[in-house]
Every structure is written in structure tokens, then in C-alpha cells.
Design a protein around this ligand. Sequence first.
Ligand code: NDP
Length: 273
Amino acid sequence: DQLLEDLNEETQSQSLNYGMSLRGRVAIITGGASGIGRAVALEFARHGVHVAFNYFSYDGTDDAEEEAAETERLIRQLEVRVRCEKCDVRDPEAVERFIKNTRTEFGRVHILVNNAGIGRDRALWRLTDEQWRTVLDTNLTGAFHMIRALAPTFRRQHDGKIVNVSSVHAIRSEFGLANYSASKAGLLGLTRSAALELGPSNINVNAVAPGYIRTNRLTSGVPAEILDTARERSVLGRLGDPQDVANVVVFLCSEYARHITGTVVPVDGGHLL
Ligand code: NDP
């Protein structure tokens, strides 16, 4: 009886800090202006998390700046603090600046979501050095830059959550995705290594692997037949929405997921079965 009583007391004291409560925390999301990144930023904001995100405008158009401004406006409506900065994740100095500016403005950072990513699809034997390099530099090296720059802060405070946005194509590739699949598979290796090295400092590092997700840019460039096949391959018979991914990312950053680290959660409607 005494043992049961002790156990109950212990469980209760643990559950005081347990749950989805994220209010007041600070999250950095790369590529947060559009698509999945925007959905993640908004979902954090709905949970009372202050949000900093970057955009880059890879294509050099004004669209990215407009999207970033719109995302900022939507987040502000949810009554949390928000900041947005132009920053190329491929550039380590720009990344250090972005993180330093965010720390200065918000005081603390608890969560990092490496979401920035691009595709330059082509048959392997036609891939240029530039197409190979730019995809690896953005999707994989960009995440490394962010983790390296934030690790000292997370280690010092003995508190941090990192989620890397990988892809089902890290696990099962398709024609024309050699550079993309390599980058997203590399991200899974980085996730495991970072989880191993940062775990002792109470930092959880995980990845999500979305299947085809309806976003304006990434899937709008994908031929209709490929999207039809993807819909058929999903045992749920649907393509995902950015919100489907955002829900899982936010869960992984909550205390509900405190005992999950170094793993990858597919968000693919069963695409990989
Ligand atoms: P988007 O193109 O909407 O989002 C990609 C984001 O990454 C953009 O906001 C873009 O900013 C940013 N970005 C690109 N290059 C850089 C850079 N060098 N520095 C900083 N930011 C950069 O596409 P999605 O929302 O669909 O994709 C988000 C993530 O999800 C990507 O990593 C993608 O690989 C992954 N994913 C997507 C799937 C899908 O079906 N949509 C499926 C599986 C994974 P900007 O436009 O300003 O350059």
C-alpha cells in the first residue's frame, strides 16, 4: 500500500509539468512564411508560443516577402510575439545573425523547426553540380547550421526541442529525386546524431516525414498524374494538408512527447506501407 501511495505521489508530481502546455515558449521555424512552415508557425501561435521565422526568397521575387508579411500578420492576430527576418540557411554567418537577433529580441529560444527546403528534380544523369549542391546545402547543411548555432543555448538551459522536416522520399525514393532524397535521408542521420549528442542535455531531436502535402509551391509544380498516384498510394485515399504536419510537429515539441527522441514520424496517410 505504501509503495502504491509513493507511486501515485510521484506520478502526480510529474503530471504537473506534463501536457501540451507550450504557452510562453519561443520557437524558431525556418522557411516559416509559406506552406508547411506557415502552418507550423500558426499552430505554435495558437498554443501561445512566440514565433520567429525566416524566409529567403530563393527565386528573387517579391512574393516571398509578401507571404512573410502575411504570415507575420496572421500570427500577430493570435496575440503572441512574432519576428521575421530574411536569412539564407545555407549561409552560416546569416544563420548566426538570425539566431542572435532572435535571442536579443525574445530573450530565450526553446524550439527549433528545420523546415526550409527546396526541390530541383531531374534524372540523376542530367543533374548539374548546382542542382545537386543547392538542394543538399539548403535541406541538409541549412539544418546543420541552425542546430549548431542553437545547440549552445539549448545545452546551457538544459532544455530544447528540435524537429527536422524530412520526407517520405528519405525512405522510399522516386524517379528524379536523387538530390532531394539524399538530402532528406541525410537529415534523418543528422536527427539521430543530434539526438544522441544533445539528449544528455535534455534536448529532444526528432524528424517528421511528410508524404505529398498540398502546398502552393512544392506540390503545385508536381504533375497531376504523380499527385493522383500519391493519393492512391495513401491508404487513407487523400493527400495531406500542411495542418496535418503542423499538428505532429507541435506534439513533438510538447511534454506529451518528452520520451520521444531520435526518431522519425511519417505523416503520409500510409504512403510507406
Ligand atoms: P514551400 O516552398 O512553401 O516552403 C519552403 C520554405 O523554405 C519557403 O518558405 C522558402 O522560403 C524556404 N527556403 C527555401 N530555401 C531557403 C533558404 N536557402 N534559406 C531559408 N529559407 C529557405 O514548400 P513546403 O511547405 O511544401 O515545404 C516545406 C518543407 O516540407 C520542405 O523542407 C519540404 O522538402 C518538406 N516536404 C514537403 C512536402 C510536400 O508535399 N509539400 C512533402 C515532404 C516534405 P522562400 O520562399 O522565401 O525562399
